[in-house]
Ligand binder design. Structure first.
Ligand SMILES: Nc1ncnc2c1ncn2[C@@H]1O[C@H](COP(=O)(O)OP(=O)(O)OP(=O)(O)O)[C@@H](O)[C@H]1O
Length: 600
């Protein structure tokens, strides 16, 4: 359904009402539930805190960790040791726990987060097991028996030594952490996290440093687990290694997956279901079966397989379906984003000199040289496999050249990272569309403005980046209007036709305020009228000073649009010149199998 931005209404009422009900439940439940259930509630909340970290790490960023319970253990043991053996206040040991966990996570993250594929989960298993045995084999930590007599937390002169007052502390912690996580996900950093999940190439193309972001989120998730460990230690008043072992790490991952790995409050749902179910099965299954044993583990296994089979995105989205939702409210308009000064027309902007790209024995680009001057639209054409996309990757830093040089705006960028090249004003679209299909057009467009923002992880968590966010929103709306997609601002990108998704990629690239725009087959999948609109847009961009390098198979469109054409074939430059020269070029005709390019 198409909706209009002008009709965007303020925050939806049903959600506000549900939030109020959740707060009311949090206020009433600890006072009204029987004591046993209040204890259960505390455990649910504690594991939900760990699971929120996993939502960020696994659900959003795509990094699977089996080791979060170990970080919980670091927080728990830090407070246990410092309160019982050094007499520190629990509030101080909470910070100490953050410091110790943060340092351990930073070191582990720096070492392991460069790993790809299944190596990372394996590494998390390794440290999950290691830390468990560190806890169990260190005499100062009480060995496998653990440490007892951990003092209760004091708050405003009150001792929170019963489950009821402690439940309020745990709920308040979860409320704050959950809110922070939601703020983060709706921020510049959150969009970068989602983009990274969609593919590091996209994230880097818009200025994100993937490794740094991964380490930051990893440490953040470990701090959430550390806070959970602190709460655990002061609610149980003793610690031993069992709750922080590999099995606990796997269980928290189950909670996250069952609740909905990409949903902050799915963490609470997953923790609630699994913790409550475990208690119930532990109590009633042996009685039902008439024999003792850990039967709940078997039932869990079956339930998780069923949940994955029938609710792949977890249970939270199934609940959300029942909540009516409208368009999100836009932030109040503020100061616009500063814009880049475009270089003088006619100056050399891109200089490719003797570029070579070798993939094993294949020369995808073989000694190609050409130039793009500011204010030009240059077409890069050639048959399939000619090396056009590879050339784009050399210019944008996705793949470094094997030989030769690439100079942009006078800087030799041959060995630069994609994120740094982007900051020179280079933005691109992709041959295979890389969008966030479950996010709105607005959010997708805003991904392109990453390098125009400054707010980091902490400002995002605390919601201190609203002025910048408002400016990014307005700019994204402007770009959506520019490409003619503004009527669908709040629709999901995944619902667009493929041709329109390509246009959305152009809006995302324009969001970066580029000097050089690289378009990889932008007209593929567009209807005739839409192609005309694309040509009009690109001409307008050129008039505004944007330089365009376009790879396109639609010869009519290319020949009518561009100022110059570079033709590639088998990795080599076959010809270069004005469209009419290229049309008449014999080698080009031959490369296109004897067909006149105009008819190709
Ligand atoms: N990462 C890679 N590893 C190995 N070979 C690659 C890689 N990327 C591209 N190639 C190869 O390099 C050659 C040029 O590919 P490229 O995608 O650049 O061509 P293209 O001109 O963009 O083709 P198309 O129009 O079909 O997209 C092809 O033979 C391709 O298989």
């Amino acid at each position: 359904m198409t909706r209009n931005v002008a009709a965007a209404r303020p925050a939806l009422r049903p959600r506000t009402l549900l939030t109020a009900l959740a707060v009311l439940a949090a206020l009433l439940l600890p006072a009204l539930l029987p004591l046993f259930q209040v204890t259960l509630l505390i455990n649910i909340v504690i594991f939900a805190l760990v699971a929120v970290g996993l939502v960020l790490l696994t659900g959003i960023l795509g990094l699977t960790s089996f080791g979060q319970a170990a970080f919980m253990g670091v927080g728990a043991y830090t407070t246990a040791v410092l309160t019982t053996q050094a007499g520190w206040s629990p509030w101080l040991t909470l910070l100490a726990g953050f410091a110790v966990t943060g340092v351990i996570a930073l070191i582990l993250g720096l070492v392991t987060l460069r790993m790809q594929g299944h190596y990372l989960p394996l590494a998390t298993i390794a440290w999950g097991i290691s830390l468990y045995y560190v806890f169990g084999n260190t005499p100062a930590l009480g060995g496998f028996t653990g440490l007892t007599d951990i003092p209760p937390v004091q708050l405003l002169g009150l001792s929170l030594n019963g489950p009821r007052p402690f439940a309020y502390l745990a709920l308040a912690a979860l409320g704050l952490v959950g809110l922070g996580a939601q703020f983060l996900l709706s921020s510049r950093t959150g969009r970068a996290m989602r983009a990274l999940r969609a593919g590091p190439v996209v994230a880097e193309a818009f200025g994100v440093n993937p490794y740094r972001l991964k380490v930051q989120v990893f440490v953040l998730a470990s701090l959430m687990a550390s806070m959970a460990g602190w709460l655990y230690a002061h609610s149980q008043r003793f610690v031993n290694p069992t709750p922080f072992g590999l099995q606990a790490g796997i269980e928290v991952l189950f909670m996250t997956v069952v609740g909905g790995p990409a949903y902050v409050w799915g963490a609470l749902l997953g923790s609630g279901l699994i913790t409550a179910l475990r208690e119930w099965l532990r109590g009633d299954l042996p009685a039902l079966l008439g024999t003792q044993g850990n039967f709940e583990v078997i039932v869990f296994g079956v339930l998780i397989i069923l949940a994955l089979q029938f609710a792949g995105r977890g249970l939270w989205p199934l609940l959300e379906r029942w909540v009516p939702h409208g368009d999100p409210a836009l932030l109040p308009e503020g100061a616009p984003l500063p814009t880049r000064e475009q270089p003088q027309p006619g100056q050399p902007l891109v200089q490719v000199e003797h570029a070579v790209k070798q993939f094993g024995g294949l020369r995808a680009v073989a000694d190609v040289s050409f130039e793009v001057r500011t204010g030009e639209i240059v077409g890069l054409i050639g048959p399939n496999g000619a090396g056009k996309s590879t050339m784009f990757n050399l210019i944008t830093g996705v793949n470094p050249a094997t030989g030769g040089t690439v100079t942009i705006a006078g800087r030799n960028v041959t060995r630069w990272r994609a994120a740094d090249i982007h900051r020179l004003g280079v933005a691109r679209t992709f041959q295979h569309v890389h969008l966030l299909p479950d996010q709105s057009l607005l959010v997708n467009t805003m991904v392109g403005g990453y390098a125009r923002g400054r707010a980091g992880l902490i400002a995002s968590l605390l919601h201190l980046e609203r002025a910048e966010e408002a400016a990014l929103q307005r700019e994204a709306l402007r770009q959506l209007r520019r490409v003619g997609l503004d009527a669908q601002t709040f629709n999901l990108a995944g619902n667009l036709a493929l041709g329109q998704q390509r246009v959305l990629e152009i809006a995302r690239a324009l969001m970066a305020d580029p000097t050089l725009l690289l378009l990889d087959e932008p007209a593929a999948g567009l209807r005739h009228g839409e192609k005309q609109e694309l040509v009009t847009l690109l001409r307008r961009l050129r008039d505004e000073g944007v330089t365009v390098l376009i790879v396109e198979h639609d010869m009519d469109l290319v020949m009518n649009l561009v100022d110059r054409v570079v033709v590639m074939n088998y990795g080599e430059k076959l010809a270069e010149g004005a469209p009419h020269e290229i049309r008449a070029h014999p080698a080009v005709r031959e490369a296109y199998l004897g067909v006149d390019p105009e008819d190709a």
